[in-house]
Ligand binder design. Structure first.
Ligand code: 5GP
Length: 118
């Protein structure tokens, strides 16, 4: 019963335009926007438009299409903030740190001398 999709999760509301976001990219497959509590400068979230709770219930084909967007955005964000590296973070279920139950990938720009904020 844990692997269910709740249409009232906050990212579903963002996708429906019911709450605002600082959008950085959108196409038919994905939406990317700034994280409201950034753990690094340039912290971006990438989510699929299709409903999926997390990676565990995602359709593999849809995941492939989404990952192509994650790659493009990781390159663009890294350049935009002049990062030295990029961490991709993706959490599944509360025990792993998931707090919003719509699949999302974190793009976290990294610098060798800067710690991620908690
Ligand atoms: P998780 O812990 O599920 O991997 O990540 C959820 C992320 O969503 C967190 O980094 C959190 O700051 C972000 N977040 C939560 N609510 C909102 C919101 O309303 N708007 C935006 N832009 N980000 C949010």
């Amino acid at each position: 019963a844990s692997a269910t999709y709740d249409n009232n999760n906050i990212f579903a509301k963002i996708l429906r335009g019911e709450i605002p976001c600082q959008k950085v990219y959108e196409d038919d497959v994905a939406l990317a926007f700034m994280d409201i509590m950034p753990r690094a400068d340039g912290h971006v979230l990438v989510i699929p438009k299709a409903p999926s709770r997390n990676i565990l219930d995602a359709d593999p084909g849809a995941l492939g299409a989404l990952m192509a967007r994650v790659q493009t955005l990781a390159r663009a964000v890294k350049t935009a903030v002049a990062a030295e590296g990029v961490m991709i973070l993706q959490c599944n279920e509360p025990a792993a740190g998931q707090t919003v139950f719509h699949l999302h990938f974190h793009i976290l720009p990294c610098w060798s001398h800067v710690e991620l904020r908690p």
